[in-house]
Ligand binder design. Sequence first.
Ligand code: A2R
Length: 313
Amino acid sequence: MKALIIGAAGFVGGYLMDHLQRDLHWDVAATKLAQEKIARAGVDVYDLDILDCEAIVRLLDAVQPDYIFHLAAQSSVALSWKNPNLTIDINVKGTANVLEALRAAKRPARLLLIGSGEEYGHVLPEEVPIGEDNTLRPGNIYAATKATQNMLGSIYARAYQLDVLMVRAFNHIGPEQRPMFVVADFCKQVADIEKGKSDPVMRVGNLAARRDFTDVRDVVRAYALLVQRGEAGQVYNVGSGRAVSIQQLLDQILAYARVKIDVQVDSARLRPVDVPIIEADIRKLHTATGWQPEIPLAQTIRQTLDYWRGAEE
Ligand code: A2R
C-alpha cells in the first residue's frame, strides 16, 4: 500500500508517518510547506501548499497513492479568531483544492479528511455522548471551517462518487504537541517551573469544562483502520468516548510534578465561548474497524511531561 500524507510536518503527521511505515510497512510519501522540515528515512518528502490546486494534481499523478490523509490545516482555534480569512483559505479553499485535485488525478485514491469534534460546538447536555448525526452548532471560526470541509467531502462523495471519508477527531494529545493545547501547555508550565525558569504558579483557564482526550498514537491507528475498513461518504467520530474535566487533568499533571506548585486562574486563558461537556459516541468507529483506545491517559500525561522536561529552547 502507498499512502500520501498532506500536511505531515505538524503534530499528527509525525505519528501517522511512524505508524504507517513502522507498524503497517506501507510506502509513505509526505508533504510539508517549503519552510518546514521532515527528516525521516524512507519517506518521500515533497513541498506542497494546498492553496495551489494544480500543484496537488501534479503531486497525485507523481505519487499515485492508494490512500491520502489530509492533515494540512490552520489548526488553532485561537488563531482562527485572530485571522479568520487565513483559516478559511487553508481549511476550506485548501480542502476544496484537494477534492478537485483528486477528481482530476489520473488514478483514483481513497481520501480521509480530518475534521474536528469542535464542529459539534454548543452541545446540549442531553446530546452527550455526541453521535455523528448530531446537529452541528460550531462556536468558533476554526470549527465552522472544519464543518464546511466535512460537508464538502460528503458532497464530493455523493455527486462524483469520489472515495472520500471524513473523521471528527476530538482532543488528541501527546509528546511534541504545541503548548497552545491544554495538556501540552500544563506540562510545559510544570517543566519550566521544575527547571527554575518560572515562578511555582500554574496559570489555568476554565477547569470545569469536560473534554474527550485520546493519545495521538491511538488516533493515527484509527485513521489507518478507517481508510482500510471505513465506508465512502461516511463521517466517523474519533475519540476516547470518555470525558474528563480539565481539573482532573491538572490534578494528574500536578501529581507528577517534582516541586510544589500553586494554581491561579488567568482570565486571558478563558475562551470567549465554552461548552460544559464534550464526549464522543465512538460506536460507529468501533463497529466499522474494531478500534478502541489503548493508551491510558496517565501514560500520555507522563510521557508528555517527560517530553517537556527534556525539551530544549
Ligand atoms: O501552519 P504550519 O506552518 O504549522 O503548517 C501546517 C500545515 N499547513 C499547510 N500545509 C499545506 N498547505 C498549506 N496552505 C498549509 N497551511 C498550514 O499543515 C502544519 O504543518 C500542518 C497541520 O499540522 P498541525 O497544525 O500541527 O495540526 P495537527 O495537530 O497535526 O492536526 C492534524 C489535523 C488538522 O486538520 C487539524 O485541524 C485536525 O487534525 O484536528
